[in-house]
Write a new protein. Structure first.
Length: 187
């Protein structure tokens, strides 16, 4: 089965979970579940995992002046539903007993999720769009615990994501260890 996660990215995600303080792992932008599989395996059954995705493709890119061509092309790609993602995670022999799925567009689901008692140790963002990034940062960054990590998959490759990151965070806090290894550690 095709897996776009490079060995260096898998090692990086595993290391982030290993060095993160106690708390939840939240992924926003799950698609097939490749990154989720690494995060779940690295958690070794000791953390709550929350996977957030529409499981219906991208929200409208209307109003987005960034990467519209890329987003349109991706939105025409095969959309993964929640059951396909669950089947994939089970096919790689991962227990999903500690996994919670939050289905819907970030603008609709994250405000409610943010009202819950979250203590996020690792927040993984792979949502491509400017508006999706802002929804995640605005709603979930306050729940990241001190010493916790925000891992940003699409920075700096997607201009919309890059713009959102640089508007929301102090750019001196962005750590880039490689082409797919970008994070911010919360003070």
């Amino acid at each position: 089965m095709y897996n776009p996660i490079t060995p260096s990215r898998a090692k990086f995600l595993h290391a982030i979970v290993d060095k993160a303080p106690p708390g939840d792992i939240v992924e926003c932008g799950v698609y097939m579940g490749w990154s989720a599989a690494i995060l779940i395996a690295a958690a070794k059954g000791t953390r709550r995992i929350i996977l957030c995705d529409s499981f219906a493709g991208f929200p409208s890119a209307a109003g987005e002046s960034y990467d519209v061509q890329k987003i349109v092309a991706m939105s025409k790609a095969e959309t993964m539903d929640e059951n396909t993602t669950i089947s994939f995670l089970r096919s790689v022999h991962l227990s999903i007993s500690r996994v919670q799925f939050v289905k819907g567009f970030f603008a609709n689901t994250l405000p409610e999720l943010a009202r819950k008692d979250l203590k996020i140790a690792v927040l993984h963002f792979d949502g491509d769009l400017y508006s999706s990034a802002i929804d995640v940062f605005k709603n979930l960054w306050p729940s990241v615990v001190p010493g916790g990590y925000l891992v940003i998959h699409d920075y700096p490759a997607f201009a919309g994501c890059k713009k959102a990151v640089e508007e929301f965070f102090d750019v001196s806090k962005i750590v880039i260890e490689g082409p797919e290894e970008v994070y911010i550690r919360k003070d």
